[in-house]
Design a protein around this ligand. Structure first.
Ligand SMILES: Nc1ncnc2c1ncn2[C@@H]1O[C@H](COP(=O)(O)OP(=O)(O)OP(=O)(O)O)[C@@H](O)[C@H]1O
Ligand SMILES: [Mg+2]
Length: 229
């Protein structure tokens, strides 16, 4: 079952603060991802990988093309043209985005940040906290850090909390922009194992990895980008 079908997607940035200079980010992107499938974007720095994910998530607007999202009951929503309220609903119910960096409110502990995702899905507070701790341990976060704010953690620790938050209660479509960029090999492969589990649950994913071994071990297909312009 197709989850996302992208047709002839094109993005040009117009930089208004610099005399309206136009920068071509990507063009003629055609890709699709099925339920339970992992698609990787691969290509040189500046090729437009992050911009594509941001456009698919509607952080960026589309210059032209279609981003067709199919719900479980087959309803089609074109993310490129959907209203802002439809997009907000979609993000709440169906589409997640894991960036390289953790963005959280101060004073929340690592366990709060991760368990909140399960509570939002209707899980009890107690079970959510238990599962959050399990996930943090799995990703090698020391127990003494569980109740502290991740804002004081190291870069790699923050990234692991960010991944735990992003994957503990996955929605039906997940975008991942270099989620393992500052992790060592062991933790990178642990994340990959978790992503494989999520795939089995039917989550469709589009991801970017700088680690080729990680990319190859999780991907069902690889979409290669060349620099444009
Ligand atoms: N918000 C923006 N405004 C203007 N130009 C942008 C913006 N975001 C990206 N670009 C331009 O789009 C092009 C693609 O950038 P993007 O970040 O998507 O590349 P990337 O493939 O993710 O690279 P990297 O591997 O280095 O992360 C770049 O030339 C960049 O300058
Ligand atoms: Mg990028």
């Amino acid at each position: 079952m197709i989850r996302l079908d992208v047709k002839n997607l094109h993005k040009t940035f117009t930089i208004h603060t610099q005399g309206g200079v136009r920068v071509n980010a990507f063009e003629n992107i055609n890709l699709s991802v099925k339920k339970g499938e992992f698609l990787s974007l691969y290509g040189p720095s500046g090729a437009g990988k992050s911009s594509i994910l941001k456009t698919l998530f509607r952080t960026y607007t589309t210059s032209s093309g279609e981003i067709n999202f199919y719900t479980d009951n087959g309803t089609l929503i074109n993310i490129a043209t959907a209203s802002q309220s439809e997009i907000l609903k979609l993000r709440k119910s169906s589409i997640g985005y894991v960036s390289q960096f953790l963005q959280i409110l101060p004073r929340l502990s690592a366990v709060d940040v991760v368990s909140e995702q399960l509570v939002l899905k209707g899980e009890s507070e107690e079970i959510s906290r238990l599962k959050a701790k399990e996930m943090l341990s799995y990703l090698s976060i020391r127990e003494e850090l569980f109740n502290l704010s991740p804002l004081s953690f190291s870069g790699g620790e923050q990234q692991r909390v960010n991944i735990a938050k992003g994957i503990i209660a996955p929605k039906s479509l997940l975008f991942l922009d270099e989620p393992t960029a500052s992790l060592d090999k062991t933790n990178t492969m642990k994340v990959i194992e978790k992503l494989k589990e999520i795939k089995k649950q039917g989550v469709a994913m589009i991801g970017i990895f700088h680690d080729l071994e990680a990319m190859q071990s999780i991907s069902d297909s690889i979409y290669e980008l060349k620099r444009v312009g």
